[in-house]
Unconditional design. Structure first.
Length: 179
């Protein structure tokens, strides 16, 4: 009788041991997936920050070549000189985007991520209600389903009607990747 009781206890112990190992493997798997996911997410955020900085640097330069060359995937998009927006170059950029040139602008800016740019006055109103980039309306941003979004702000002088009564505005660049 005692031999039978010892065998039953050993069987229970063995089952508990296997259950414990199974739980340990499960926890290890979940832990490793979380760590890998965190690193992947951090890498994606760093990529977005790098792209946003690069795009902001490009826009705040004078750029080179013009609208026609941009469509040939040549040149650099830029429309700020000495801290002031050059309206002709900004209009060229807008014209390019309106003529299905968004993908070309991504190529010239060196990004595969999506972006928009807009100007905000001191009252946080969007100047002329214009948005440049992936879409033309800031309200479309509310409809986006993105996991990470980066915003870079630069301050520039913007005289939208060239009457020399311009103002200092925020140039906001938003960069995100699609889900």
């Amino acid at each position: 009788f005692s031999k039978f009781v010892l065998m039953k206890k050993a069987q229970f112990w063995y089952a508990d041991f296997l259950l414990g190992l199974l739980i340990l493997f499960f926890i290890t798997y979940i832990f490793s997936r979380v760590i890998i996911d965190l690193n992947t997410r951090e890498d994606k955020i760093q990529e977005l920050v790098n792209d946003a900085t690069s795009i902001a640097n490009s826009f705040t330069s004078t750029g080179y070549l013009s609208y026609n060359e941009w469509f040939n995937r040549q040149g650099r998009i830029g429309f700020v000189e000495n801290g002031k927006v050059i309206n002709e170059k900004l209009e060229d950029f807008e014209r390019m985007l309106n003529n299905n040139g968004y993908e070309i602008s991504q190529f010239l800016l060196g990004t595969s991520n999506n972006y928009i740019i807009y100007f905000e006055d001191k009252n946080t109103n969007i100047v002329e209600n214009k948005v440049y980039g992936k879409f033309n309306n800031i309200n479309e941003l509310n409809e986006l389903e993105v996991e990470n979004l980066i915003r870079i702000t630069r301050f520039v002088y913007y005289d939208n009607n060239e009457d020399n009564l311009g103002e200092l505005v925020r140039m906001n660049i938003l960069v995100w990747s699609s889900l």
